[in-house]
Design a binder for this molecule. Structure first.
Ligand SMILES: NC(=O)c1ccc[n+]([C@@H]2O[C@H](COP(=O)([O-])OP(=O)(O)OC[C@H]3O[C@@H](n4cnc5c(N)ncnc54)[C@H](OP(=O)(O)O)[C@@H]3O)[C@@H](O)[C@H]2O)c1
Length: 323
């Protein structure tokens, strides 16, 4: 009898070149899976190659806005993982086209090939949300489950890790600006979760762990307000900055202009998103739909974030020499 190994399982990872993507690809490569990374620019996905053995990771071209490319990327695959998401709209990259119809295209292609589906959504996904991003995430979840009722959905809170867009962004702002704004007073609550823990959960689902047709909510060990997170950033990078409350209305007004920057630091839609807490629900905890379901003890941000934010300190990694 032939020995079954994970190498016989082909996993297509959409969005595999992104922040969460590289951690997912690394986790799957370690477990011996064959990985097809579906990205818009395979020529820019070279950083993934060293994460696996020769020939284990293969990049192909796919754009979620073009169903035929999604279908080609799913051919003969056993599992589809969709990590594609955008934070703001640009040109033809719209929340609906990329996150809703794109997610549906992945699920339909997976259904056609009889592949399992793992879909990454976000905490706050809600069809009634004032944020377009959150509504698109909710519509995507519904479309994915309609196409593949056995899909496993994962909703993380903010992700942290060396390449994150949250702690790095605010540390960079603190390096340049004398003040940091606290949108809505900075009272919004978050539950930052380590990107490595989310990648492990995803790899566990590929292994067959977790319940099909279930939505998991993934958060870290602690709930912190936005203001507390900014204080943590400042303490970590050893800088003093004024934290200035910015009412939602004023933040939205400023964001009307900021949204046109090439990489906007804030958009009106993100201000809407900040009006609601971003934490794992009591219901999910009660029903065992959290990281605990995978036996994962969430990593504290204090143990990881300083290891990459030191570069924003005045002294970098160097300290004054004590005589
Ligand atoms: N980061 C967080 O804090 C966080 C929190 C909650 C939920 N999430 C969700 O987790 C997922 C991964 O997030 P991330 O932080 O890893 O995002 P990311 O770094 O921005 O990666 C997103 C990926 O999507 C790809 N992509 C964008 N538009 C595409 C399209 N039209 N067709 C195909 N691929 C496309 C990007 O590739 P290109 O190079 O082609 O643009 C990239 O590989 C997303 O669904 C996000 O909404 C993230």
């Amino acid at each position: 009898m032939a020995l079954q190994t994970n190498l016989e399982t082909l996993v297509t990872v959409f969005g595999g070149s992104g922040f969460l993507g590289r951690h997912v690809v690394r986790a799957l490569a370690k477990r011996g899976y064959r990985i097809r990374v579906a990205v818009r620019r395979p020529d820019l996905a070279g950083h993934l190659q060293p994460l696996g053995r020769v020939g284990q990771i293969h990049a192909v071209q796919a754009n979620l806005r073009y169903a035929a490319s999604v279908d080609a990327a799913m051919r003969d695959a056993d599992v589809a993982i969709n990590l594609v998401g955008i934070l703001y709209e640009r040109g033809r990259q719209r929340f609906d086209s990329v996150m809703t119809y794109g997610a549906e295209a992945v699920a339909l292609a997976a259904a056609a090939y009889g592949a399992r589906v793992i879909h990454v959504s976000a905490l706050g996904a809600d069809p009634e949300s004032p944020s377009h991003y959150a509504r698109a995430k909710a519509t995507a979840e519904k479309a994915v489950l309609a196409a593949v009722p056995s899909a496993v959905l994962l909703r993380p809170s903010i992700l942290f890790g060396p390449e994150d867009d949250f702690f790095n962004r605010f540390a960079a702002m603190a390096r340049m600006l004398p003040v940091l704004p606290l949108v809505g007073g900075g009272h919004t609550r978050f539950q930052p979760v380590f990107v490595g823990d989310v990648a492990t959960a995803i790899a566990d689902v590929v292994d067959g762990k977790g319940k099909t047709g279930t939505t998991y909510e993934l958060g870290g060990p602690e709930v912190r307000t936005f203001k507390e997170l900014m204080e943590f950033v400042l303490a970590t990078i050893e800088r003093r900055r004024l934290l200035v409350p910015l009412p939602f209305g004023l933040a939205s007004f400023k964001a009307q202009f900021l949204q046109f920057l090439p990489k906007p630091p804030l958009t009106p839609d993100q201000v809407e998103l900040l009006r609601r807490d971003n934490v794992v629900s009591e219901e999910a905890l009660r029903e065992g739909r959290s990281l605990a379901a995978f036996g994962i003890e969430p990593t504290a941000m204090e143990t990881i974030v300083p290891s990459y934010l030191w570069r924003f300190r005045k002294t970098g990694q160097f300290r004054g020499r004590i005589a």
